[in-house]
Design a protein around this ligand. Structure first.
Ligand code: 5AD
Ligand code: FES
Length: 369
């Protein structure tokens, strides 16, 4: 029955909620292999064996929110707060470009210091210096007007995970927040014209398979260009510090299901997945993942962006991560793409945007090997 449902999903890129739930309830190692194989075949049709790289710049860990799972929540007095300056951000962008990144992800907590004016200055500064590189923002919930201004200033993409599509679970994890507001933000981003990313955590405390089916249904419905999926990992200073992490197996299952539901989606093999398993990112890529986001932040702030415990890459220079990620991707049987790495469907709709799949940067030269 299970393989029959997986076949149906592979053929139609959709499946009834009851059947999705049946898969989640009954999947075992053998049927997961079958699922991963179908997901891999689907990605080969849409993106081939290419994996896109994004240079992640974690530019502020100040945050006004209090997400229960997150280590940089406002009420965590132990968090050592930092903000990168305009010059430091530009320096990261410079290094990233030299390492062959054609997309920057500017990620931060919800930090009121980075108001529209400051964000626009940063976006314009990067775009002026690197007009061919894409900018992805990941700054949480802001007004329609703010999203629009940053888009008009040159931002290309926006990541805003919905975190969980269960209203009840969402509102338990985000005291004082309204689930509908989060969802509205995603529809706003879509309407403005960003390539936008939703996403969720797997293995959250009290999360059920029914909740995960809601995540699958939600992403199928809103059809994001990107979807960030990672395991929940406890952070000791938070109220959820004693819960256990989401598992590698469940995260792989969800990645593969999302690839089958949304064949064109950009699907990162996340740092969180790499943090719960030494080869978690490689397994994520094999299960349909086609994006990696190595860190470009200055080494002295890496440890401070501690969303969860045991995060990888906190001691490594940008160039080391760059080299490491390429080696890992190649060992898994895939190839890096030195391109902007836009969503394929978006690219077809925007043929004027060049992808620059021309040269592989010789990082050995840069690193002095
Ligand atoms: N475990 C796993 N992922 C987390 N995030 C935040 N805290 C945790 C945690 N404890 C994820 C959220 C957020 C993204 C930037 O990091 O999904 O959207
Ligand atoms: Fe950062 Fe491997 S990707 S050290």
């Amino acid at each position: 029955m299970l393989e029959k449902y997986i076949d149906e999903l592979y053929e139609k890129n959709d499946l009834d909620d009851e059947k999705l739930l049946y898969i989640l309830e009954n999947i075992d190692d053998k049927s997961r292999e079958y699922l991963v194989d179908k997901s891999h075949k689907t990605r080969m049709k849409t993106y081939g064996n290419k994996v896109f790289m994004r240079g992640l710049i974690e530019f502020t860990n100040y945050c006004k929110k209090n997400c229960e799972y997150c280590g940089i929540q406002n009420k965590n007095r132990k968090a050592d707060r930092y903000r990168l300056t305009y010059e430091q951000i530009m320096e990261c962008a410079e290094i990233g470009d030299r390492l062959g990144y054609k997309t920057y992800v500017l990620q931060g907590g919800e930090d009121p210091y980075f108001n529209d004016e400051r964000m626009i200055e940063i976006i314009k500064g990067i775009k002026k210096r690197f007009p061919n590189n894409a900018i992805t923002l990941s700054l949480g919930e802001r007004s329609y007007d703010s999203y629009k201004k940053m888009f008009d200033a040159g931002a290309d993409r926006y990541l805003l995970r919905h975190e969980t599509a269960s209203k009840e679970l969402y509102e338990w994890l985000h005291p004082g927040e309204v689930f509908g507001d989060r969802i509205k933000c995603l529809y706003n981003l879509k309407e403005i014209g960003y390539q936008f990313g939703a996403g969720f955590m797997v293995g959250l405390p009290c999360q059920t398979n029914e909740d995960l089916v809601k995540d699958l249904r939600f992403v199928k419905e809103i059809e994001p260009h990107m979807c960030g999926i990672g395991p929940f990992i406890p952070q000791k200073e938070t109220s959820l510090g004693e819960y256990s992490s989401g598992t590698l197996e469940d995260t792989i299952t969800m990645l593969a299901l999302v690839r089958l539901l949304l064949p064109n989606v950009l699907l990162p093999a996340t740092t969180a997945l790499g943090s719960i398993d030494k080869v978690g990112r490689e397994k994520g890529i094999k299960a349909g993942g086609n994006v990696v986001m190595p860190n470009l932040s200055p080494t002295n702030v890496r440890e401070k962006y501690a969303l969860y415990d045991g995060k990888i890459c906190t001691g490594d220079e940008a160039a080391e991560c760059r080299k490491c990620i390429e080696r890992r991707i190649n060992n898994a049987g895939f190839e890096i793409a030195v391109t902007r790495g836009d969503n394929v469907k978006w690219s077809q709709e925007n043929p004027h945007v060049p992808q620059y799949d021309d040269k592989i940067v010789d990082i050995n030269g840069i690193l002095g090997f």
